[in-house]
Write a protein that binds this ligand. Structure first.
Ligand code: FMN
Ligand code: MN
Length: 453
């Protein structure tokens, strides 16, 4: 059986020197934020000593694709196929009766800020935010489970505030509860295996349980345990769980909050939540995800978009091999689609389909699969080598935008597509698709023995 906690990954990172212990005491107010952003690409950071707090804080855990591959026990090249397989073969969770996450139980009048070392991230944000909280809820109509992340701001005592986008399922569930004059039970799991975090981000339908995808990623059912004060189940191997209710009639003005483009935004009012119980492991580690324009925040969304989009594009256009949502594009707005010998016009078709399927995408570049779509240099090389501005460019002004797009006007944006592919027609290859190289057999022989030279 797999270790369904985040701890075997921590042990593996420690063994390879990819886990840095910050032993010097840090202030949860801005200091953790500063250290994580200054070390955004390096080893995971474990803050052993947080002022005024008993629990350590872990940050920058999933800052590159290799970390996800390591968590799944696979090679990094296999990650895209591995994620696709999980989407195609979801596994239903299993309920267990005892769980490490319920070793310690706090009930009664709770002060979240005293129990958990929640960082205050940025200067103009008015309070600390829980950023790695995976929120479980059930549809008041159908009883179907939903799992997703929304940042939760500390409002004092047992109160929180969630700013949820109106198109997200969790918002739709809260609306359904409000229409029935009810509150929406939630459980928030902090400190999770990669499968749970990534599963929570997958673009699946309303009514699809993201824990099924997480099970696919684990290769076995996610073990869930029943909550103590709400009728929900949460990952048994998480570090910390908060149980409570969203109160859809109780709105709190959010004010400035950081968003993935890196700027502050003001979305208006968020929904209040009241926490009734906190449980955690005896030696719990508080996981934090640096929000804003940061590697981990970007990558969680990027891999999820890539996986669902690859599946959906391939259903209509088999020549699609890979989709990469780029880091410079904030892990949300720009994608590269690698296609195998696209027919004339097929690249443009993939662009239109991708933009239609994922509202966030506004710059999509098609390359051929003889280049690595993960490498920005090779993508630019493709533009230099294969893109003709007069014919291979698609410009679509006035398309509906996501609320997060930094340049949207009245929620619309200009979308751009570029096809950087050779013109092969039906089978005939352009001479400019043939790379100059030594004979294949020589290359292969030397490659196999290169270390001896
Ligand atoms: C670190 C992190 C923080 C996020 N914070 C929020 C948030 O505050 N509000 C929100 O609406 N979505 C947020 N998201 C995005 C949602 O979790 C994501 O779009 C998810 O797929 C929504 O799922 P749902 O439609 O099932 O609710 C965040 C994602 C990550 C990775
Ligand atoms: Mn959902």
């Amino acid at each position: 059986m797999t270790d369904q906690s985040m701890r075997s990954l921590l042990a593996s990172l420690a063994a390879s020197g990819d886990l840095h212990h910050v032993t010097r005491p840090v202030d949860p107010r801005f200091e953790i934020s500063a250290i994580l952003s200054l070390r955004d690409r390096g080893p995971a950071q474990l803050f052993d000593s947080v002022n005024g707090q008993a629990m350590p804080v872990l940050g920058n855990l999933f800052v590159d694709r290799g970390r996800f591959a390591r968590a799944f026990g696979i090679g990094q090249d296999d990650l895209p196929a591995y994620c696709l397989a999980a989407l195609d073969e979801p596994i239903t969770p299993r309920i267990v009766s005892a769980a490490p996450v319920q070793e310690v139980v706090h009930r009664g009048s709770l002060d979240i800020a005293a129990l958990l070392p929640v960082p205050h991230w940025f200067e103009r944000e008015t309070a600390p935010y829980i950023t790695a909280g995976v929120i479980v809820a059930k549809d008041p109509e159908t009883g179907r489970r939903n799992v997703s992340i929304a940042r939760l701001r500390l409002e004092g005592g047992a109160r929180l505030m969630a700013g949820i986008a109106k198109n997200h399922h969790l918002y739709i569930l809260a609306e359904k509860a409000r229409a029935r004059g009810r509150e929406l039970e939630i459980a928030v799991a902090i400190g999770n295996h990669a499968a749970i975090l990534l599963g929570s981000q997958m673009y699946v339908g309303l009514g699809d349980d993201e824990f099924d995808i997480a099970g696919g990623l684990l290769g076995e059912p996610v073990e869930l345990v029943k909550c103590l004060t709400v009728d929900l189940e949460i990952p048994a191997h998480a570090e910390i769980v908060l149980e409570g209710r969203l109160k859809p009639e109780d709105l709190i003005e959010e004010g400035p909050v950081s968003e993935f483009p890196g700027f502050y935004v003001s979305y208006g009012p968020g929904i209040a939540a009241e926490i009734s119980c906190i449980t955690h492991r005896r030696d719990a580690i508080y996981q934090a995800i640096l929000p804003g324009y940061a590697a981990e925040h970007g990558l969680l969304g990027a891999i999820a978009i890539e996986t669902t989009l690859t599946r959906d594009l391939r259903r209509s256009i088999p020549a699609v091999r890979r989709v990469v949502v780029t880091e410079g594009g904030m892990g949300r707005l720009h994608a590269v689609i690698a296609m195998h010998r696209p027919r004339l016009g097929e690249g443009k078709r993939a662009i239109l389909l991708a933009m239609g399927l994922v509202n966030l995408l506004k710059l999509v570049t098609v390359v051929e699969d003889d280049v690595d779509p993960e490498d920005p240099r090779q993508v630019e090389w493709s533009l230099a080598a294969r893109f003709r501005g007069d014919e291979d460019l698609v410009v679509l002004p006035g398309v509906k935008a996501d609320r997060c797009d930094p340049v949207h006007e009245q929620m619309t944006v200009t979308k751009i597509g570029m096809v950087a592919a050779t013109r092969s027609g039906d089978g005939a290859r352009d001479s400019r698709s043939e790379f100059a190289a030594a004979p294949r057999e020589v290359l292969e022989r030397i490659r196999a023995t290169l270390d001896s030279y």
